[in-house]
Design a protein around this ligand. Structure first.
Ligand SMILES: *[C@@H]1O[C@H](CO)[C@@H](O)[C@H](O)[C@H]1NC(C)=O
Ligand SMILES: *[C@@H]1O[C@H](CO)[C@@H](O)[C@H](O)[C@H]1NC(C)=O
Ligand SMILES: *[C@@H]1O[C@H](CO)[C@@H](O)[C@H](O)[C@H]1NC(C)=O
Length: 350
C-alpha cells in the first residue's frame, strides 16, 4: 500500500481544518480501495498431467506460484477446470490440494485450466482474488492405422453375475484385438480375463462379477496389433450399475380370488441383483384385441387383475434401462402360456 500524503498548497488554499481532515480521510479511503484492487496473484506453476495407465484417469498436479512460496499467512485455494468431453462442457473443481485425478477420454484433447485463488489476510479480508489461468492442452497421440479402431462397445451386466462386452469392427481385418480394463480398486490395468470368440476371432470379453466395481468409472481400452502394425485404440468409460439386466421371471403362480379377480404372483428373478433394486412392469390388454396396453409398475412381486381375459407382459426393471419381458396369456379357464422374451432398450452412451 502506498503512503498517504496530502499536498497542501503553499498559498493556504485549504484554510479550514475540518475540510482538510475530510480530504485526508477521502484520500486515505481511495488509497485503500485502490490497494485492494491492485492485489494480484500469480497462476500456479509446473502443471503436470501424468497418465498412470488407468485408461482415462489422469493425475493433474501443480505447485504454488513463486510469489506465495514463502507465505504462510495466506488462504490459498485452486480452481481447476477441465473440459469434460463426455458431457461437452467444463467441469469446475475447487481444492486446497495441489493435485487432482480426473477422468478424460484419451481419444480427445485434454484441456486443463488452473487458477490460484487468494483469500484471508493476504487480501485484507475482502473477497477472494483470482489469478489469470494457466492453461494446458494435450493432444491425443496418433497411434495405429485409421479405420482399425473398433466401432462400438456394448456391455451388459447379466443378473449382476457376469458382464459381456462385445465390439463391432469397422473393416474386415484379420487383426486380433485386446481389451484392457481398470477401476479404482485396481493397481493397474489388466487384460480381459476371458475373451469371447467367433470363428476364431475375438469379438468381446466376459468379466466375472468379482473383477467388476459399480458406482465408479469402469475404464476400457480396446487395442491390438496386426502384422506388426498397431491398431488404433478405442477408449470407453461407464458406470456398471447402468448396464445391469435382470433374468427372466421363471416362477409365476395364479390364484382366482373369491370375487373372480385373479392374483398373479411371481418370484423375483435369480441372480445377484438386490430385490430392493427391482421393479416390475405388468402390461396387459384384453386378448384378441388391438386395444391399448395397460402398463402397471409395481415393486411388489404380485398383481391383481380383473377381468381375467388378458395377455400380460412382465418386465423386470433394474433401473428402467434394460428390460426383460415375459408374456403370459390366460383365459377364464386359467390355461396359461408362458414365454420369455428379451426386449433391449437402447442405451445411448456407455
Ligand atoms: C523461499 O525461501 C527459500 C529458502 O529460504 C529461498 O531459497 C527462496 O528463494 C524463497 N523464495 C522466494 C520466492 O522468495
Ligand atoms: C494396449 O493397451 C494396454 C493398456 O494401456 C497396453 O499395456 C498394451 O501395450 C497396448 N497394446 C498395444 C498392442 O498397443
Ligand atoms: C393399472 O394401470 C391402469 C392404467 O394404465 C389403471 O387404470 C389400473 O387401475 C392399474 N391397475 C392397478 C392394479 O394398479
Amino acid at each position: 500500500m502506498s503512503d498517504v500524503s496530502l499536498d497542501v498548497p503553499a498559498g493556504g488554499a485549504l484554510r479550514y481544518k475540518p475540510l482538510r481532515m475530510l480530504m485526508a480521510v477521502l484520500v486515505l479511503l481511495m488509497n485503500i480501495c485502490k490497494a485492494e484492487h491492485d492485489i494480484t496473484v500469480d497462476p500456479p506453476r509446473n502443471i503436470r498431467i501424468i497418465d498412470p495407465g488407468h485408461l482415462g484417469q489422469l493425475h493433474v498436479s501443480w505447485t504454488l506460484p513463486a510469489s506465495l512460496e514463502n507465505r504462510t499467512d495466506c488462504a490459498v485455494r485452486f480452481q481447476l477446470r477441465f473440459f469434460n468431453t463426455y458431457e461437452g462442457e467444463w467441469t469446475t473443481i475447487r481444492t486446497r490440494e495441489m493435485s487432482y485425478d480426473a477422468q478424460f477420454d484419451l481419444e480427445k484433447n485434454v484441456q486443463v485450466r488452473i487458477q490460484t485463488m487468494l483469500g484471508g489476510p493476504c487480501t485484507s479480508g475482502s473477497s477472494e482474488v483470482q489469478s489469470p489461468a494457466a492453461d494446458v492442452l494435450l493432444k491425443p497421440p496418433v497411434i495405429g492405422l485409421p479405420g482399425t479402431k473398433i466401432k462400438e462397445l456394448s456391455c451388459i451386466f447379466y443378473q449382476r453375475e457376469y458382464m459381456d462386452c462385445t465390439w463391432q469392427k469397422k473393416q474386415k481385418t484379420q487383426a486380433n484385438y485386446q481389451l484392457y480394463f481398470w477401476h479404482r480398486k485396481m493397481e493397474r490395468a489388466m487384460e480381459c480375463p476371458e475373451y469371447l470368440q467367433s470363428h476364431g476371432r475375438r469379438t468381446g470379453c466376459r468379466f466375472p462379477w468379482h473383477s467388476l466395481l459399480e458406482f465408479t468409472e469402469f475404464n476400457v481400452c480396446v487395442n491390438g496389433s496386426s502384422a506388426g502394425t498397431l491398431l488404433r485404440p478405442a477408449y470407453f468409460t461407464m458406470q456398471l450399475q447402468n448396464h445391469m439386466k435382470p433374468a427372466v421371471i421363471d416362477t409365476l403362480s395364479l390364484e382366482t380370488l373369491p370375487d373372480g379377480d385373479v392374483c398373479l404372483e411371481w418370484a423375483p428373478p435369480k441372480g445377484r441383483i438386490l430385490e430392493d433394486c427391482l421393479e416390475f412392469e405388468v402390461e396387459s390388454r384384453p386378448e384378441g384385441t388391438e386395444g391399448l396396453m395397460a402398463r402397471n409398475l409395481t415393486r411388489a412381486a404380485s398383481f391383481t387383475v380383473s377381468p381375467p381375459d388378458q395377455c400380460f407382459c412382465f418386465r423386470t426393471l433394474p433401473i428402467r434401462k434394460l428390460l426383460i419381458c415375459l408374456t403370459l396369456c390366460f383365459k377364464k379357464s386359467l390355461k396359461t402360456r408362458v414365454k420369455g422374451r428379451h426386449v433391449d432398450s437402447s442405451h445411448k452412451h456407455l
